[in-house]
Design a protein around this ligand. Sequence first.
Ligand SMILES: NC(=O)c1ccc[n+]([C@@H]2O[C@H](COP(=O)([O-])OP(=O)(O)OC[C@H]3O[C@@H](n4cnc5c(N)ncnc54)[C@H](O)[C@@H]3O)[C@@H](O)[C@H]2O)c1
Length: 285
Amino acid sequence: MRDVAGKTAFVTGGASGIGLAMARSFAAAGMKVVIADIEQAALDAVQTEFEASNAEFLTCQVDVTDRDGMEAAAEATESRFGKVHVVCNNAGVAVGGRIDEMTYDDWDWVLDVNINGVVNGIRTFVERLKTHGEGGHFVNTASMAGHVSIPGLSVYTASKFAVVGISETMRADLMPHNIGVSVLCPGMVDTNILDAGRNRPRRFIHGARPWEESLPAEERDSFNDNIRASMIDPALVGEMVLHAIRTDEFYIFTHPNIEPMTQLRGNEIADAFARWRDYCEARDI
Ligand SMILES: NC(=O)c1ccc[n+]([C@@H]2O[C@H](COP(=O)([O-])OP(=O)(O)OC[C@H]3O[C@@H](n4cnc5c(N)ncnc54)[C@H](O)[C@@H]3O)[C@@H](O)[C@H]2O)c1
């Protein structure tokens, strides 16, 4: 979608971090933006910021796991701006800790937001984008954790592999409708993700603990140092997403230095195929 000016973008998790950076980049490119988020206080701050600019925008409190709420947000968007062209399924949360420490509440909360939130964004908007026929673009926010498994992040990793899989499939499905798809796969970005528990609903509270406590004390400092050393500014990610929409790029990788990790996984898979090929040949299977 090379020509984005005047088009409308709907961004979930838009009141903080990467989503807010996307909204800022889109607005600077002349797009109308709908900033959807669960957190009213953050939306209020965004409202003040955007009111001070020339941007055409709407803030909208919605929980991406609430299907009726997402439908109401889509209707509010259409009544304000007419059509929606770009949908960024970006809202996401994380819990840290080893697999044996993960509670059902950890699994249910993270999978609900990170997978069902994306599913709900697709279901809410896909027919709308097809129907107006002007073309469009979905951006699903996954992570590098959608390509390489990160110890201590099992639940998050599961959710992000799912987002990559959904995105790869929908790219082919939506191509005939002139709807592009990108999957955003960042490494560490300087946002509020490590404080994701602030939006954890009470019904999923069992076992909830601050991120910091998910690691043994002796690992915490080096973990935090490593994370901080590789963090990039979300503004850069917002620009990358805008570029990917304009040029119809599918994968958006923010940390080229992580590429070898994906190759390690590919190599291990290739080695496993080779071993089993030998096994089958030896047994004439
Ligand atoms: N920050 C990173 O290093 C990083 C790396 C890879 C992927 N990501 C992904 O980027 C996306 C954005 O995260 P971020 O890093 O900007 O974090 P963030 O916490 O700064 O922003 C996430 C936003 O999502 C909102 N949100 C949470 N639950 C919601 C719900 N149920 N409904 C609607 N909104 C909800 C939050 O209120 C917040 O505004 C997430 O999908 C995250 O998994 C982040």
